[in-house]
Write a protein that binds this ligand. Structure first.
Ligand code: AMP
Length: 283
């Protein structure tokens, strides 16, 4: 595996491989890798000739009072894990070079970015889109690997790719979980012992919602109430949002219809640490 800091160097190396008609799979991450990230790398490895991963804690997607400084980092360990998974390139740009002082461009997907996470993190998705577009421009992959855990992110990036006419294919991989159901996240290490014990309640609440849908409950209120009850029992949990939304528009669904696909999705603060999770359901 080749670790590259300079995007231009990566482009030179990739151009040569593209001339040989090699297919490129790209896995963007913010590092502090876990099995969720590695599942994306494995899928990319299976489906492509060349695998590029990136590690970049993107300052643009953090709000002023969010956890950019606290965000966990361990580059040597990440590099070892990626090498073990046989990634070919690891792009790890330096923030000052990636965003020089006069950087002033912002990429914004309007409506989708305002919902769910975007409602409580107003600048988040513009930061995500800006970094992803810049990375796509460098790597020009055939396939882009994203996790269902960040479902809204997948939809927003998909919209951007469609609107701007990129030809990259998005591959969304399922959520990888800890044995107790908690969705793996780099942020899980920020939880205290007690918060970590309580954190699986988010997944439990979403599963309860999915179970009730299977049992025939159709109205959002009837689903949300018992889900919230589960979260209330966790003393360290404070709900940011807990919604049932359309899988495409991400708009709230009031009453589920037969055949409809919906997303049960939530964001919960465990004291200072905000975790997200979701379950896809089909009525
Ligand atoms: P991050 O480093 O948090 O920006 O995540 C990088 C990529 O890994 C994103 O596409 C995430 O959706 C994906 N990802 C994060 N956690 C998980 C997980 N538990 N299961 C599957 N994919 C994940």
């Amino acid at each position: 595996m080749r670790v590259v800091q300079n995007p231009a160097k990566l482009q030179t190396a990739l151009a040569r491989l593209k001339r040989q008609d090699k297919k490129i799979g790209f896995v963007p991450t913010m590092g502090y890798l876990h099995e969720g990230h590695l599942s994306l790398v494995r899928l990319a490895r299976k489906e492509n000739d060349v695998v590029v991963a990136s590690i970049f804690v993107n300052p643009l997607q953090f709000g002023p009072r969010e956890d950019f400084k606290r965000y966990p980092r361990d580059f040597p360990r990440d590099a070892r894990l990626l090498k073990k998974e046989k990634a070919d390139f690891l792009l790890a740009p330096a923030a000052e070079e990636f965003y020089p002082k006069d950087f002033q461009t912002e990429v914004k997907v309007t409506r989708l970015s305002g919902r769910l996470c975007g409602a409580s993190r107003p600048a988040h998705f513009a930061g995500v889109c800006t970094v992803v577009l810049k990375l796509l421009n460098i790597v020009k992959p055939d396939r882009l690997y994203l996790g269902q855990k960040d479902y809204q992110q997948v939809q927003v990036i998909g919209q951007m790719i469609k609107d701007l006419g990129f030809s990259v294919m998005i591959r969304m991989a399922p959520i990888v979980r800890e044995p107790d159901g908690l969705a793996m996240s780099s942020r899980n290490v920020l939880l205290s012992k007690k918060e970590r014990e309580e954190a699986p309640c988010l997944h439990r609440a979403l599963c309860e919602g999915a179970r009730l849908v299977k049992r025939g409950v159709r109205d959002a209120g009837g689903l949300q109430k018992p889900m919230r009850e589960i979260l209330k029992r966790a003393a360290s949990a404070r709900v940011d949002y807990l919604e049932i939304v359309d899988v495409r528009t991400l708009r709230p669904v009031v009453k589920l219809k037969k055949g409809q696909k919906a997303l049960l999705t939530g964001a919960v603060f465990f004291k200072k640490t905000r975790l997200i999770d979701n379950e896809l359901v089909r009525v």
